[in-house]
Design a protein around this ligand. Sequence first.
Ligand SMILES: Nc1ncnc2c1ncn2[C@@H]1O[C@H](COP(=O)(O)OP(=O)(O)OP(=O)(O)O)[C@@H](O)[C@H]1O
Ligand SMILES: [Mg+2]
Length: 136
Amino acid sequence: MTTPAGDSLPIASNDDVVRVRQLVRTAAASAGMSLVDQTKIVTAASELARNTFVHGGGGTARVESVVNARGRAGVRLVFTDEGGGIPDVAQALTEGWTSGGGLGLGLPGARRLADEFELETEVGKGTTVTVTKWIR
Ligand SMILES: Nc1ncnc2c1ncn2[C@@H]1O[C@H](COP(=O)(O)OP(=O)(O)OP(=O)(O)O)[C@@H](O)[C@H]1O
Ligand SMILES: [Mg+2]
C-alpha cells in the first residue's frame, strides 16, 4: 500500500538538488530511519537528483511514505525527467561508466544504497528512477 501523501519538488538547478536532499533527510528522519540509512537514502537522492538535472535536463522528485503488505514502513523516491533517455541501461549501471564528465558512480551507487531500485527509460522520451528504503 502506498500512502498518496507525498511531496513533489522541481529539479532545475543545483539549489533544487540541495532542497531535494533536505526533504529526503526530513522524510527519512520522521519515518524513524536510522542515521546510517538516512545517510544512504540522502546520498542516493543526491546522485539521482543530480542525474535528473545534468543528464535529464531537469525534472521532478517525488518523496513518498510507503507501507508494504506486512506493515513495514519506508520512504520511496521517484525521479522523473523528459530528457533524452538512456540508450544502454546495463552500461549506465556499470561502475565507472559515464557518457562524459562524471565518475560514473552515481547510478550504480544509488542502486546499491537503496533496498529497491527501478529504472524506466526510453530514448527521446525520458527517464524515471524509483528507489525505496525500508525501515529496519
Ligand atoms: N536521467 C538521466 N537521463 C539520461 N541519461 C542518464 C540519466 N541518468 C544517468 N544517465 C546516464 O547514465 C550515465 C551513468 O550515470 P552515473 O550517475 O552513474 O554517472 P555520471 O552522472 O556520469 O557520473 P557521476 O554521477 O559519478 O558524477 C551517465 O553518464 C548518463 O549518460
Ligand atoms: Mg551521476
